[in-house]
Design a protein around this ligand. Structure first.
Ligand code: ADP
Ligand code: MG
Length: 221
């Protein structure tokens, strides 16, 4: 089953074309990486899919309810210097639109599960502004995962993080994909990491330049 279908999608910013005539289908359980140089349209494509950006033309068909999709925005785009603890931020990930912000017992169970999964029990009660980049990113990943999504969309989740943290995050994502069948769409520059995982890559340069197994990608952007 296709979890998402993108047909002939074009998005512009005040007349500047950021992505043009993009088409692809993603099946449930796939691990797909969006690659391409800076400015090639990866974030625009992701933001158009999640509904932050308005498309100019084309179609996006999602065969999945909105509450089963989680999105983790590009690292350096999020300002986390406001007074909130890791726990407070993670818990907002279970909130449903148009519902009052009260948490149920089962929400706290989900919270405990995700903390264990990401090994963050020791940092959840600290202020987010006091955490390192890698710790913050684990909090943000926990926020995305707490609602147990079927589709996880990440925009360069490891940019600016050191090698060991990066490897750890990729291991977690790979495990979620292989063991739990989580569908992943991720913009990334970490080619060495994704080569070892073995993923489908969609290489962008405003349009789709390549779509296939990373093993068959010849390296041109
Ligand atoms: P990537 O994520 O691959 O680096 P982006 O989707 O951010 O690429 O950018 C694609 C193109 O759209 C670039 O030319 C960029 O300058 C432009 N762009 C991105 N965001 C905006 C914006 N908010 N306003 C105007 N132009 C933008
Ligand atoms: Mg980007």
């Amino acid at each position: 089953m296709n979890i998402i279908e993108v047909e002939d999608l074009t998005t512009t910013y005040n007349g500047h074309t950021a992505i043009k005539n993009i088409s692809f289908k993603i099946e449930k359980g796939e691990y797909v990486c969006l690659i391409g140089e800076n400015g090639s349209g990866k974030s625009t494509l992701i933001k158009t899919i999640v509904g932050i950006n308005k498309k100019d033309s084309g179609k996006i068909i999602k065969n999945i309810p909105p509450e089963k999709i989680s999105y983790l925005a590009q690292n350096n785009m999020i300002d986390l210097n406001f007074p909130a603890t890791g726990k407070e931020i993670i818990m907002t990930g279970v909130q449903k639109h148009k519902c009052l912000p009260f948490y149920k017992k089962e929400d706290y169970k989900k919270f405990a599960d995700v903390c264990k999964l990401l090994n963050i029990e020791d940092i959840i009660n600290k202020q987010i502004s006091d955490l390192s980049g890698g710790q913050r990113q684990r909090i943000m990943l926990a926020r995305a995962l707490i609602r147990k999504p079927d589709l996880l969309i990440l925009d360069e989740p490891c940019s600016g993080l050191d090698v060991n943290i990066t490897k750890e995050l990729y291991n977690i994502l790979n495990k979620l994909n292989k063991e739990d069948g989580l569908t992943i769409i991720m913009a990334t520059h970490d080619l060495e990491e994704i080569k070892t995982i073995g993923v489908r890559v969609i290489c962008l340069a405003t349009t789709v330049k390549f779509d296939g197994d990373i093993k068959d990608w010849k390296g041109e952007m």
